[in-house]
Ligand binder design. Structure first.
Ligand code: NAD
Length: 324
């Protein structure tokens, strides 16, 4: 039985949702987070929190040993595509060296399972619908560092007989129905940017790139609600442990939504005049990427619960209200 789980990045957007669910399932959750982009108020009160950098190998080793951790969910990372192009060294340090240090800390412990949060940004651009065996060729530095993280984990787990689940998230959006957790960072993510604008007097919706080779000219992504992502973590962890198996899994809904689709859904929820600003493309952005999720569905017998775009949009708008 899995009992004691270390969640790196548990004070972040996805980590807080994963922790909330695991705690609901009566697991003991330990969080290691340096609060660089995470928030104290997102830390679940029933978890044990360590203010700690994943690069601090000795401290992580101590946490694992003293708390008899049996599984690790590794979410701590730097994750802005745009920033990664400008600050590559930061991305290699946190996402590659940080993952290596975490693995060093795990070495010799009783850990049986590792879940790693990877991304669709590891795939080659222009493939549109990708399965786990599609060509890997990250467009951004962020994607490159995540792919390197995957490789480190696979090599380490094979050598040390640890089960791994590499989860390639597509674009995560939405907020918890508990109303307690959601995305705080402004970053450069579409749903967050639009939610912030909803509460302004004169909302401005920005479109980065309108001449992509897609149906309406804007980027297409496979958005997945954060509560579904949390459930995938819990189910994949249980399954790799039960079957003593490892795998790489795409996590999305297999449905592409364009920036314009998302904007139109937001528009339905506002009664103000909206200014649409068409800006130039951002470096590192892919035109279109949609997940083939057959492998995940088969492995955990998974069916999405929150996959209506209208639901995702409403949950973001509701969460954003807490800042008004
Ligand atoms: N949000 C998405 O759409 C998305 C998509 C694909 C993959 N991911 C992956 O999911 C994971 C979580 O993303 P998120 O959206 O919750 O972002 P987030 O920024 O909210 O969470 C990341 C957390 O990691 C912590 N952290 C960063 N560097 C650290 C370090 N050196 N030591 C300890 N803690 C550190 C931050 O403080 C933060 O709490 C990341 O690994 C990211 O690459 C996210």
């Amino acid at each position: 039985m899995i009992k004691k789980i270390l969640v790196t990045g548990g004070a972040g957007y996805i980590g807080a949702h994963v922790s909330e669910l695991l705690i609901k399932q009566k697991k003991q959750v330990f969080i290691a987070d340096d609060l660089s982009t995470g928030y104290k108020k997102l830390i679940n009160k029933k978890s044990k929190f360590f203010h700690c950098d994943i690069l601090n190998e000795n401290k992580i080793k101590k946490i694992i040993k003293e708390n008899k951790i049996d599984s690790v969910i590794h979410l701590a990372a730097a994750l802005s595509v745009g920033e990664s192009q400008k600050k590559p060294k930061k991305y290699f340090r946190i996402n590659v060296k940080g993952t290596q240090k975490l693995l060093n800390a795990i070495k010799g412990s009783k850990i049986k399972n590792i879940i790693f949060s990877s991304t669709c940004a590891v795939y080659k651009d222009g493939l549109s619908r990708v399965s786990e065996t599609s060509k890997l060729k990250p467009t951004s530095i962020y994607g490159k560092t995540k792919l390197m993280g995957e490789k480190l984990i696979i090599k380490f787990c094979k050598k040390n007989k640890i089960n791994y689940g590499i989860l390639r998230f597509f674009n995560v959006a939405g907020a918890s129905s508990s109303g307690k957790i959601g995305q705080i960072n402004k970053g450069d993510q579409l749903f967050k940017n639009l939610s912030v604008e909803v509460y302004k007097k004169k909302p401005k919706f920005r479109i980065y790139g309108s001449n992509y080779k897609t149906l309406d000219g804007t980027c297409i992504r496979d958005y997945i609600h954060v509560s579904d992502i949390a459930e995938i973590h819990s189910k994949v962890l249980a399954k790799i442990h039960k079957l003593n198996k490892s795998g790489i899994f795409n996590c999305g809904y297999s449905k592409g939504k364009s920036v314009k689709d998302v904007i139109n859904e937001f528009k339905k929820n506002i009664r103000k005049k909206i200014i649409i600003q068409k800006l130039s493309k951002r470096k590192g952005d892919m035109a279109m990427i949609i997940a083939n999720t057959q492998k995940l569905k088969k492995f955990i017998k998974w069916r999405p619960k929150y996959n209506k775009l209208s639901f995702i949009v409403k949950s973001c708008i509701k969460w954003e209200k807490t800042f008004q």
